[in-house]
Design a protein. Structure first.
Length: 758
């Protein structure tokens, strides 16, 4: 095909391959009409099964799309089988087609209905295509033992064979774009002839025989593999744009989590993102989906479309729970994403799935003027990066990276503190309007990222860093000290590098290991290490309760720092993990220190060592500089693991102290709520989602109404503050002004509410 496969390097654009693009719209028309990927605000997908090729009820689906207001459809075109009469060798049409052109029929109907069509692909060789691998065994990926797998992302299958299929679909059906879950990307070591040759040409090295993060060659392979992923994205966009026009995007699908690889690089290239993020897992609240919106809208700059899938199935052939799925879609919208329903097969015996979308999309269609073209309002940014994911997370990304992230954002959500997600490479770009940056165990940092944090604090910004933040270089190798030690007013000794998840996660109430039967009956906090942190000044002598002559004397006027507000009746809280190797600077203000484990049997449960000089929390409020809090104790990770409310309270206290009077929102009232605040010209838009029912044990079966909630939004000169319109309740509530605050009350909320303050 003359596509110049090897011309597609990371820095390549379409021109690098010599591909000419024929715009489908004139410049004037393009300026007047937004492209399809911006125009579509409600997505749908039918993951077509083979019998659908024969039985697809086109008329019914036409009505469904029209009634739900679905504006864009992902429809299976090619992959394991073709759903159209293909002429590409080895690409077999479904045996159920029987001469029918299903994809062509559906594309025609979508055109008639004004619905954008995205051809959905699957890069996999099915059982019926095995002769392709027999004819081209070098097209498959290969493990270290020489066993073949799926097609290699660097080989001729992707770069020579697959473009024939893209060209055939683009030329014959003119889809608006192409998408594929997985899209052929492989993050495993591959020893196929193509990878072996390309890696040696690039590096002069052989591909390492095993993953070893301490091996410089393996690190080189990780970086090379990342470049290959980006090159693949560029290549496929060049092919689809060559044959489909300037706006015929290849948009892939990426995993919608903070642990996804190459998210920043791909976002820089993408005009839109589609996230394969269909449901929440055990232990996650519905706020997980709004947080996903923050992560990927943050990457895209809040000015490009991001769509997130929500599955309509529970198992492939049964319906998803209605309430859970509708709430999950609303959470995506609260996070700034475009909803995207996804069903398996066009016919199912369980027809309840077809009842899920209508009410949500109808509400979305009626209120879309408030759901787009807006910017988040927050004082707090939580920082993450792929460098930390890869080189500090390595083979234990869950406990080292994901748990601290989850614990931190969950603490902010439960404390009703609006926040945004900030990529560590984008601090200079995205943190200018923020008051606080939070670095949850961001251990592996590049010099540029460290410099950006320093610049933020030097300009008056406030910082909360936890765990091993800045203690490792960009490859995860330990440094001699924290790169931000002067800001933290703390130094690390070698043993600090081992701080983190307990080495004995099952050490519990009996001091030994739990059996599986015992573990089922014991809460997470009881399985954690019996470590503590001691709070200063110690106040227990002033608190009602039994007293001991060993209690330290304290004046009646003694007060604790705002970071420890609400803890006056205790001098210790449970930690749950070891802490060592941290030394406070002489001028550090230490608010808490580490207490080592105690025996756990009742007769022995007393502190042999009741304090150490290991700081658990240090704060710094130097005049003329930004406030800094350093929390070596991993309260964020432990909150993720044990859901200890003490941990969430201290994390929220620290953030509030750092933010000072810059918080844009307060929400008072009973219950747990996910709050997200946005600004449009002349008004604020506030999403409040319930986390009260089935909060961490999906699926939600029913939402019990809660409230009332007293809302205060920090006023600006652009918003009159005359009324608050409740889009779910369909009512208008009175608004008052109290100094800098716009105040109103939401009487009651079930699943969610959206208030427009104007």
């Amino acid at each position: 095909m003359g596509l110049g496969r090897r011309a597609f390097l990371v820095s390549s654009g379409v021109a690098a391959a010599g591909l000419t693009i024929s715009p489908t719209l004139s410049a004037a028309a393009a300026a007047a009409s937004p492209p399809w990927y911006r125009r579509v605000r409600r997505w749908g997908q039918i993951n077509i099964s083979e019998p659908d090729a024969r039985d697809f009820d086109v008329d019914w689906w036409r009505r469904y799309w029209r009634e739900t207001g679905t504006q864009g459809m992902l429809l299976n075109a090619a992959g394991v089988v073709a759903f159209y009469p293909t002429k590409v060798p080895f690409h077999k049409p479904s045996e159920f087609l029987q001469g029918r052109d299903l994809f062509g029929d559906l594309a025609k109907v979508c055109r008639e209905e004004g619905i954008a069509v995205v051809a959905r692909l699957r890069y996999k060789i099915g059982d019926d295509n095995k002769e392709l691998l027999a004819a081209h065994p070098d097209w498959a990926s290969m493990d270290a033992q020489g066993r073949p797998g799926d097609p290699c992302m660097n080989g001729p299958f992707i770069y020579e064979y697959w473009p024939q299929i893209l060209r055939e679909i683009a030329s014959n059906y003119k889809p608006d774009g192409f998408s594929s879950s997985g899209w052929g990307v492989n993050y495993e070591l591959c020893y196929c002839p193509t990878c072996t040759k390309l890696f040696r040409e690039k590096t002069g090295q052989a591909i390492p025989r095993a993953a070893n993060w301490d091996d410089p060659v393996y690190r080189t392979w990780v970086e090379w593999n990342s470049d290959q992923v980006v090159a693949l994205w560029d290549f496929q966009n060049a092919v689809t744009r060559r044959y489909g026009g300037a706006d015929c995007l290849w948009i892939g699908q990426i995993v919608g989590t903070v642990a996804a690889r190459d998210s920043r690089k791909l976002s820089e290239r993408a005009r839109m993102l589609m996230l394969d993020h269909q449901f929440r897992s055990e232990g996650e609240t519905l706020a997980e989906n709004s947080t996903t919106g923050k992560i990927f809208n943050g990457l895209m700059g809040w000015n490009q479309p991001v769509a997130a899938a929500q599955s309509l199935y529970f198992g492939r052939l049964a319906s998803a729970p209605v309430v859970e799925t509708q709430a999950y879609i609303h959470a995506a919208v609260a996070g700034g994403m475009r909803p995207w329903w996804h069903t398996i097969a066009a016919y199912q015996e369980d027809k309840r799935r077809y009842d899920i979308v209508g009410p949500v999309y109808d509400w979305h269609r009626k209120n879309e003027q408030y759901l787009f073209d807006r910017k988040p309002v927050a004082a707090v940014g939580v920082v993450w990066s792929e460098v930390n994911n890869l080189y500090f997370g390595r083979d234990a990304i869950g406990p080292t990276v994901v748990e601290p992230w989850n614990g931190m954002v969950d603490a902010l959500v439960q404390s009703r503190i609006p926040f945004v997600a900030v990529h560590a490479d984008h601090i200079d770009r995205d943190a200018a309007g923020l008051r606080v940056l939070v670095l949850p165990n961001l251990a592996a940092m590049t010099p540029a990222q460290v410099a950006s944090v320093r610049k933020f604090v030097a300009n008056g910004g406030a910082l909360l860093a936890t765990g091993q933040t800045s203690l490792r270089d960009r490859f995860g190798d330990p440094l001699d000290d924290f790169a931000l030690a002067d800001l933290f007013k703390a130094h690390a000794m070698p043993e600090a590098r081992t701080n983190g998840p307990s080495q004995r996660p099952d050490a519990g109430m009996d001091g030994g290991a739990f059996t599986a039967r015992q573990a089922m009956k014991v809460p997470a906090w009881a399985r954690a290490r019996q470590n503590y942190i001691r709070l200063f000044p110690e106040l227990r002598a002033n608190s009602a309760g039994p007293h001991s002559p060993k209690e330290p004397a304290v004046s009646r006027e003694a007060k604790r720092h705002p970071a420890l507000a609400g803890f006056d009746r205790t001098d210790v809280i449970m930690l749950g993990s070891d802490l060592k190797g941290i030394k406070a600077a002489p001028d550090a203000q230490v608010l808490a220190v580490y207490v080592p484990p105690t025996p756990v049997t009742p007769e022995d449960a007393w502190m042999r060592v009741d304090r150490t000089d290991i700081p658990a929390l240090i704060v710094n409020d130097a005049p003329g500089k930004g406030r800094v809090a350093f929390l070596p104790a991993d309260l964020d990770r432990q909150f993720s693991r044990t859901n200890n409310p003490d941990h969430a309270a201290i994390l929220a206290n620290i953030v509030r102290w750092l933010a000072g009077d810059s918080m844009p929102l307060t929400v008072d009232g009973p219950g747990q709520w996910d709050v997200n605040l946005y600004k449009q010209p002349g008004r604020f838009v506030l999403h409040v989602g319930s986390l009260n029912s089935g909060a961490t044990h999906p699926p939600v079966r029913e939402f019990i109404p809660g409230g009332p909630l007293r809302i205060r939004v920090a006023a600006d000169s652009d918003t009159p503050g005359r009324e608050a319109k409740l889009l779910v309740a369909g009512t208008v509530v009175p608004v008052s002004r109290d100094g800098r605050w716009i105040e109103f009350e939401i009487p009651q909320i079930a699943m969610h509410e959206v208030a427009v303050i104007s």
